[in-house]
Design a protein around this ligand. Sequence first.
Ligand code: CTP
Ligand code: ZN
Length: 152
Amino acid sequence: MSNKTELSVSAIKEGTVIDHIPANCLFKVISILGLDNCDNLITFGTNLGSNRYGKKAIIKVADKSFEKEDLNRIALVAPDARLNIIRDYEVVEKKFVTVPQEIIGIAKCFNPKCITNNETIITKFTLVNSNVMALKCHYCEKVTTEEHLKIL
Ligand code: CTP
Ligand code: ZN
């Protein structure tokens, strides 16, 4: 599918390509990165074939480079995302995302009694262990594990 002679989403000259996003998380990633308020040329495709997932999505943002911390915020929904930095049509750098130590917003605390589930308070977690997705709530101190993880 990622046949270079026939790209589903056109190549870009300069900018950032975020590849290997699970197809069902495309719009989440767009929202986490604030791309809905971005003036750059953005092209994207979803439900593209992928060896890694059944279906993947890709986002191409022209003439933009992102801060590492901003891109890492997508790791919760797109842990296998690949970031490709494009200069003059060439991939000059390929990076992975890592789940940040502190996660603000994005995830929901699994504890129904947590204040964040009862009042309009932005969630805040710390990553307990970087090998497993376990997030400790700043407010109730309960740990939300991957199987209970819900994205806001
Ligand atoms: N890409 C692009 N514009 C360019 C160069 C590359 O949009 N001028 C995109 C490609 O379409 C691809 C991604 O950037 O989705 C990474 O390019 P490349 O490393 O050449 O592709 P792959 O080897 O397939 O990458 P990977 O192994 O990471 O899937
Ligand atoms: Zn909580």
